[in-house]
Design a protein around this ligand. Structure first.
Ligand code: F6R
Length: 617
């Protein structure tokens, strides 16, 4: 939520503005309510900011060009305090002479008290934001200290909540000072230039050399130096890492949207997540997790915590994890988990799942679990993100950068990673043959997804014809149930259509009343090999809703002819063992949502009111 960029380059003719605008374009997925930049120029600070998407800021700068500069900051906003207006857009200027500019990601919880204090001192505010309070405080602290880093240190110690702040001052050209608490910040290390960003996408076009910043640290960059201190002034060091993907992976590459591209990238996302996880004897090796196998072997309870799509990946994985390990596995929404007084001890493994690794609700839940003594493991797609660093161990999905706000390839990669974890726990309990069999089946999944993606023409046609649909229901059972929930979420978030997912067995307990003639219903049919006759039960459910006029869009395995008489449309997926089917059955639902939103002329990658990486609670 909110994208931030900072840059210091070699000379005033350098491409400072260009670098910042390019960084903002790559971070726009984090928020697109408004955008702004500020530069240190000869006679002070030059800034421009505009409500709406980055294109509006670009037009503003074209109409009113900014002077050259070595030093600048840029922001793309997801509004929290104050609506998405020009005035509320960042940067915010501070001081009586507007010689300081500041941008912010997060929420300053005690802003009201601080604002009142500043109002009493005669400060006139030009926005409704919490950020302007920090800008004014920083300008005052700078007036006392004449040092932007020390001023930042004074200010952060007065702030409560979550924040990444970036500031420049007209008196200190060639310097950007940043601070972070519970909000993301990474440093990009260039040659004669340095960068700051919410994530590495901000500078991936310029350097792959990066440095992590810990909680409660202040960073000062110049073109040649990077220094890090704690909020208490103690010296600190960032941890360097190399970014493993390149700028081309964060481009649309000829696709109509990032979402369309990312859907197609799933064979690679799953394959890369599974890659190199076994030794020559076929045993799983998850050294990357850096977790003590003895402690892991003692685990007697698993709680998965996550939000949104990541939560549904956890719900999907629960079936497999419990089946393979016989360890009870609960799946909780991260924002509920913290407040439900969870029963946790040292033998509880709390697994967080997060694409961004920055979701505030999930981060806070991880901290809570750790404080209660649980062993915490983060399944994450973003190297250097806060959640894996705040966890005892990390298992990375290797889906590559996910730019579209609606998560697709991260979802299937998360399921794959959870399966690796489940199998590893099973291996620790001596289930070697299960591990070998499932790993062999998993290895075939990327090829099956590829095959399936090549046969989505009919799904696209159906989506196109359904562009005016006002409501779609999704039914599933067993592992198909979370897939129904995820299919509904995709449609809600990018096509703004009322959509609901149900467990098929729940239908007769209420939701069947929603069925009226013509109501489209997707049904995720379990493989005929699913135990307990679940397949037949779902086929009966299809008959029940068809009898009441539903238009049935049935997702069924190749060769399953029993569904044909009751289906208005049959969407075929390759055969697989029941527990691996979600990696296939979700594909048509992702394609359907993406195509339907496109047919409605909507911005598929940047749906209204949303932002990727939800860094506020
Ligand atoms: C939906 C979507 C969100 C995220 C959720 C968690 O398509 O992307 O529901 O899954 O906000 O985000 P992460 O995985 O970054 O913690």
């Amino acid at each position: 939520m909110c994208g931030i960029v900072g840059y210091v380059g070699p000379d005033a003719k350098s491409r400072t503005l260009e670098v910042i605008m390019e960084g903002l374009a790559r971070l726009e997925y984090r928020g697109y309510d408004s955008a702004g930049v500020a530069l240190v120029v000869t006679d002070g600070i030059a800034s421009a900011k505009k409500a709406g998407k980055l294109a509006n800021l670009r037009a503003e700068i074209e109409a009113h060009p900014l002077p050259g500069s070595t030093t600048g900051i840029g922001h793309t906003r997801w509004a929290t305090h104050g609506g998405p207006t020009d005035d509320n857009a960042h940067p915010h200027l501070g001081g009586d002479d507007d010689r300081l500019a500041l941008i912010h990601n997060g929420i300053i919880e005690n802003f009201h008290v601080l604002r009142t204090e500043l109002l009493d001192q005669g400060v006139v505010f030009r926005s409704e934001t919490d950020t302007e309070v920090a800008a004014q405080l920083l300008a005052r602290a700078y007036a006392d200290t004449n040092d932007l880093t020390s001023a930042m240190q004074q200010v952060v110690n007065r702030l409560e909540g979550a924040f990444t702040l970036l500031a420049i001052h007209a008196d200190t050209p060639g310097q950007v000072v940043a601070a972070r608490r519970n909000s993301p910040l990474v440093i990009g290390l260039g040659d004669g230039e340095n960068f700051l960003g919410s994530d590495v996408a901000a500078f991936i076009g310029h350097t792959k050399s990066a440095m992590e910043v810990d909680q409660d640290q202040i960073v000062t960059i110049t073109k040649d130096t990077v220094s890090v201190i704690g909020f208490d002034g103690s010296p600190a060091e960032g941890k360097r890492f190399e970014v493993t993907w390149d700028a081309a992976q964060a481009e649309k590459g000829g696709h109509s949207s990032f979402m369309a591209k990312e859907i197609l990238e799933q064979p690679h996302a799953i394959a890369d997540t599974l890659l190199g996880r076994t030794d020559e004897a076929g045993r799983l090796v998850l050294d990357e997790m850096r977790i003590d196998p003895v402690r892991l072997a003692e685990v007697n309870k698993i709680i998965i915590i996550a939000c949104g799509t990541a939560f549904y990946s956890g719900l999907t994985a629960k079936y497999a994890i419990e089946h393979w390990t016989r360890i009870p596995c609960a799946v909780e929404l991260a924002h509920e988990f913290r407040y439900c007084d969870p029963v946790i001890d040292a033998q509880t493994l709390v697994v967080s799942i997060s694409q961004s690794g920055e979701t505030m609700d999930t981060l806070m839940a991880v901290k809570h679990a750790r404080a209660l003594g649980a062993l915490t493991l983060s399944i994450c797609n973003t190297h250097g993100a806060t959640i894996p660093r705040e966890s005892d161990a990390a298992l990375y999905t290797h889906a590559g950068p996910e730019i579209a706000v609606a998560s697709t390839k991260a979802f299937t990669a998360q399921i794959a990673a959870c399966y690796l974890l489940g199998l590893y726990l099973a291996q620790l309990r001596g289930e070697d043959s299960t591990v070998r069999t499932v790993m062999q089946e998993l290895a075939q999944i990327p090829g099956k997804v590829e095959h399936l993606l090549g046969r989505m023409d009919r799904v696209r046609e159906i989506a196109h014809f359904m562009a005016d649909t006002r409501s779609v229901l999704f039914l599933g059972r067993h592992v198909g149930y979370p897939i129904a929930l995820e299919g509904a979420l995709k449609l809600k978030e990018i096509a703004y259509i009322h959509a609901e997912g149900f467990a098929a067995g729940e239908l007769k307990h209420g939701p069947i009343a929603l069925i009226e003639p013509g109501q489209p219903v997707f049904i995720v049919v379990p493989s005929p090999h699913t135990p307990y006759h679940l397949h037949d039960k779902v086929v009966s459910n299809i008959q029940e809703i068809r009898a009441r006029g539903a238009r049935t869009l049935v997702i069924a395995e190749e060769g399953d002819e029993t569904v044909v008489p009751f289906a208005d449309e049959v969407i075929r997926v390759p055969q697989s063992s029941p527990l691996l089917a979600p990696l296939l059955t979700i594909i048509p639902l992702q394609v359907f949502a993406c195509q339907l939103a496109t047919a409605k002329g909507l911005d598929v990658d940047q749906p209204r009111n949303l932002a990727k990486s939800v860094t506020v609670e």
